[in-house]
Design a protein around this ligand. Structure first.
Ligand SMILES: [Zn+2]
Length: 301
């Protein structure tokens, strides 16, 4: 396999030596010359195409930009068994491209909270599928949205995936801002069943005029002595200059936009958070990317 591209626009090109199985029992085959070997897989922006050695170029129903970038990730970070396969079905997210920040994970010391907020948090966390806190639920879904969007969108991939020059701190902060927007949207509307959060309302919370309020938001933890926000994150939120803040905010908004675009279809004009559950995910996420101070989340995403 040879790799070309992986440049700033998120375009990648992988030349596969052996035939590529893009769905069970189905090899990627050039419709013009019938070739199955030596085919290049290309992702540009949100689109994917294939090219054979004779430069015939075509699109295939099982080929998508997200899967091509995940396959490239697998070549850089191969699994323990060394078996690198095209990640199908093509709408599945099999690899987590978001980096983990290696830093102190201590939580922010807690402070007085509004009685209404405490009551909402208690109801919302009980109503979620786990018994964890409302913010942990929001963090899990935000990370999931990032995992869906980053390989699918060339611009986000170039900005947030470190292996091609993306900014790991920006990736982390963008996911955190999505989580804070989820949390704040639920908190303001007193929505208890957070899986019903409307994604367009979450997107609205990330508009420039409103997103500034997220910088001072401190989600309640089940332990009153701490807020459920890493001290490192609270510090970054407090001290980021305008340009840095705008990069994080834009990336967060773009992640939600990507998910909204993905879900835009007749009959789903107003997608809600739980619609994300329909996408197959193959990697476990116990929320330890954010904090190991809370109980691990047991779900598989
Ligand atoms: Zn051909």
């Amino acid at each position: 396999m040879t790799i070309q591209g992986a440049g700033g626009d998120g375009a990648v090109r992988l030349r596969m030596v052996r035939p590529t199985e893009v769905s069970p029992g189905r090899l990627l085959t050039c419709p013009t010359c019938g070739a199955t070997g030596g085919i290049a897989l290309i992702a540009v922006g949100r689109q994917a195409e294939a090219a054979c050695l004779q430069d015939h170029i075509w699109q295939d129903r099982d080929l998508c930009a997200s899967a091509v970038r995940q396959l490239l990730h697998l070549t850089w970070y191969p699994p323990d068994d060394g078996c690198i396969l095209y990640p199908y079905p093509s709408d599945a997210v099999c690899e987590q491209l978001l980096p983990d920040l290696v830093e102190d994970r201590s939580l922010t010391p807690g402070g007085p909270a509004a009685r209404d907020d405490i009551s909402w948090e208690a109801h919302a966390s009980t109503a979620t599928t786990s018994s964890s806190s409302a913010m942990m639920f929001c963090l899990m879904y935000a990370r999931c949205m990032g995992a869906l969007a980053v390989p699918a969108d060339g611009s986000l991939y170039a900005r947030l995936y470190p292996k091609v020059g993306g900014d790991a701190v920006c990736a982390h902060m963008a996911c955190l801002l999505v989580a804070l927007a989820l949390y704040d949207t639920g908190r303001r509307s007193r929505l208890v069943k957070l899986s019903r959060l409307p994604l367009r309302a979450v997107r609205a919370a990330l508009q420039p005029a409103r997103a500034d309020e997220l910088r001072s938001l401190r989600p309640i933890s089940r332990r009153p002595e701490v807020w459920l926000l890493r001290a490192t994150d609270a510090d970054r939120l407090q001290h980021a200059d305008a340009e840095t803040w705008e990069r994080w905010r834009q990336a967060a908004a773009d992640i939600v936009d990507d998910v909204l675009e993905d879900y835009a279809r007749p009959g789903r004009e107003n997608p809600q958070l739980f619609h994300l559950d329909a996408r197959p995910r193959r990697f476990p996420d116990e929320a330890t990317w954010y904090t190991d101070a809370e109980r691990k989340w047991q779900g598989t995403w």
